[in-house]
Design a protein around this ligand. Structure first.
Ligand code: ADP
Ligand code: MG
Length: 608
């Protein structure tokens, strides 16, 4: 019998190793940007095509490489950053394992141009499948430019695994923001498909944050600065009204490297306690500088996790630094935090409650159930998704009767459409509608019903039959985080079918030109912003299409809220809509739309 063990060829070994380092275009972007910063560059340009799938190029004006180093750089474990194991405890640069370039060269077609200041000519290297195809002297400016083309061209399984361009682009922007935020002293530009997405002039940290996250942050940042013998903390936290329902504006850096730390996140949350609603996240960009000897570096560098020698101390410092900052700037909660303009304009808010209204409302247990959940722009959390999935994905169709009382089984709902007494609709507690039927009644939850009706209408739209839109005399603009721009762009077309005519106005700004006619003017901005937040919450649900996500999140935002008084005509429209939608039993989130009561059962309960 012959021996069966053999050594893997280098290119295969590198491909396998690459799996850990380069998972998607964004990982390559991160490695290349970090290398440029490590090389001492103060001007770095990133260029991508097709969300990095066809091209990622990073050019810097850093120290460049010698002819020999340029070749060496692509070898596995080739690094200039450590020499012996003790160096690991001193390391302050970004990379140190020498794996990035070797990995990139294993899974893409790479072209490197580099020149040191002291050299006459630069070096050009072309490499593919870990093999050098060409090396020659070349005229080049001082610095390094690396272009990687056709990522995973030789690993089709990985290439197929890549997500949509919008989604990969979002990952790239996230990484770009993380690296550039840590280096405001460096100029960065980022061009995607020929369009400059970011142009970040050198400046201070505050300017950089505003450049990255948006102008609206400028007046809302509170400086954090605490120096101790053990560690230094500096950076910014957002005032409470910058808090959002979704994550995204939370940044920790340790010695200049972005990290994720649920534990330290908790420390900041504690400092913000009582200043923001429990279901929202404060903005922060906090930099911790600590002696590298107090870190356990044996955690994989791309994993973004870190181990502190004593994390309790770090926790306490972070918490007190943030508390201190908030107190110094006497940041207090803003009272109208949870209210959106739509509800402030509604009759229920503008007209004082009559005594009768009040008693009616306060006596019921419903009054007490007016929890935070029912407030103006509560955004549904994904905890409800599972429920929803059970209902929709397994059955495919809408289970009208399941979960309802026995009544619905006995009643042919289609017949009810003609038979419900449209003149006798009654609103109860500004929250429910009673729909009398010949042999009973429905108790309809107005918000849930409206959400289900809107969802039904949205799902029936097409290019030929969009929701009618009304042109705004004064278009409203919304400014988004750069990271949200590709997501929003992805659904602009869908939104136009739903009655919102929106134009990309340049960079992060969008102009709302038209809105559905039944939306009060002035509420469109809040609706769309909240809709986007909710859309992002659905983002991880792979099985739901982006269209579907748009329908669901917009329906949730547009639905009338509890506390809205409805006149008879509005109730009629809503209930007709409900029957037109075949009386859906549930909202897309899986909440009940109505309860049915039938006379016979009711009478029995009363002993008749
Ligand atoms: P690491 O960054 O962990 O050392 P890499 O594979 O990313 O490993 O890079 C290998 C080496 O190539 C680096 O240590 C550095 O000496 C050199 N290098 C990489 N990128 C650049 C660059 N943009 N400018 C100058 N040198 C670079
Ligand atoms: Mg590196």
């Amino acid at each position: 019998m012959s021996d069966i063990i053999h050594l893997l060829p280098d290119n295969i070994a590198n491909q396998i190793a690459a799996g850990e380092v380069i998972q998607r275009p964004a990982s390559a972007v991160k490695e290349l940007l970090e290398n440029a910063v490590d090389a001492g560059a103060d001007e770095v340009r990133l260029l991508v095509k097709e969300a990095g799938k066809t091209l990622i190029q990073v050019s810097d004006n850093g120290k460049g490489m010698s002819e020999m180093d340029a070749r060496m750089a692509f070898e596995r474990h080739a690094t200039s950053k450590i020499k012996e194991i003790d160096d690991l405890f001193q390391i302050r640069t970004m990379g140190f394992r020498g794996e990035a370039l070797a990995s990139i060269a294993a899974v893409a077609q790479v072209e490197l141009k580099t020149k040191r200041k002291e050299d006459e000519a630069g070096t050009l290297i072309e490499i593919e499948n870990s093999r050098i195809l060409n090396q020659e002297p070349v005229a080049a400016p001082t610095g390094t430019s690396i272009a990687m083309k056709n990522l995973f061209f030789n690993v089709p399984a990985r290439r197929n695994f890549l997500k949509s361009n919008a989604s990969e682009m979002k990952h790239i922007i996230d990484e770009f923001i993380r690296v550039t935020m840590a280096h405001p002293e460096v100029f960065f530009s980022f061009t995607s498909n020929g369009q400059e997405v970011f142009h970040l002039e050198k400046g201070n940290l505050k300017q950089r944050i505003v450049q990255l996250l948006g102008n609206s942050y400028a007046a809302k940042l509170v400086s954090v600065q605490e120096n101790t013998d053990y560690l230094d903390i500096f950076g910014f936290v957002g005032k409470p009204d910058l808090a959002k329902k979704t994550r995204g504006d939370q940044f920790f850096f340790v010695n200049g490297r972005f990290i994720k730390s649920p534990y330290l996140h908790h420390a900041v949350m504690q400092a913000f306690e009582a200043l923001i609603p429990t279901d929202s996240f404060p903005m922060y960009a906090l930099f911790i500088d600590i002696d590298p000897a107090r870190l356990d570096i044996n955690v994989h560098p791309t994993k973004q996790e870190i181990k502190f020698e004593d994390e309790k101390i770090v926790y306490a410092f972070v918490q007190s630094a943030v508390k201190h900052a908030l107190a110094q700037f006497s940041v207090t909660p803003t009272l109208d935090f949870e209210l959106d303009p739509g509800i402030q304009q509604s009759d229920a808010i503008n007209q004082p409650l009559s005594d009768k209204d009040f008693q009616q409302a306060a006596s019921g247990s419903l009054f007490k159930s007016f929890s935070q959940k029912n407030q103006a722009h509560f955004i549904d959390r994904s905890s409800d998704l599972k429920h929803w999935k059970d209902l929709y994905e397994t059955g495919g169709s809408n289970p009208v009767s399941s979960g309802q009382d026995s009544f619905s089984g006995k009643l042919a709902m289609s017949a009810a459409q003609e038979r419900f007494d449209a003149d006798q609709l009654v609103q109860v507690n500004l929250k429910y509608i009673i729909v009398p039927l010949p042999d009973g009644f429905l108790l309809v939850h107005q918000q849930n019903a409206h959400e289900a009706v809107l969802y039904d209408q949205f799902s029936k739209t097409s290019l030929e039959t969009p929701i009618p839109s009304q042109r705004l005399l004064f278009p409203t603009t919304i400014e988004l985080n750069a990271a949200d721009v590709p997501l929003f762009s992805e659904i602009i077309l869908e939104l136009s079918l739903l009655g919102y005519h929106i134009e990309h106005f340049g960079k992060n700004t969008f102009a709302i030109q038209g809105i559905p006619s039944d939306i009060p003017e002035g509420s469109e901005k809040a609706i769309l912003e909240n809709m986007l937040e909710q859309y992002k919450l659905l983002g991880n649900e792979q099985k739901i299409s982006s269209k579907e996500k748009a329908w669901r999140s917009l329906a949730a935002q547009q639905a009338i809220k509890p506390g809205t008084r409805l006149n008879l005509r509005e109730m009629q429209t809503l209930i007709h809509g409900l029957f037109d939608a075949n009386l859906p039993g549930y909202t897309p989130q899986g909440r009940s739309v109505y309860r049915a009561f039938n006379n016979t059962d009711l009478e029995k309960q009363f002993g008749r």
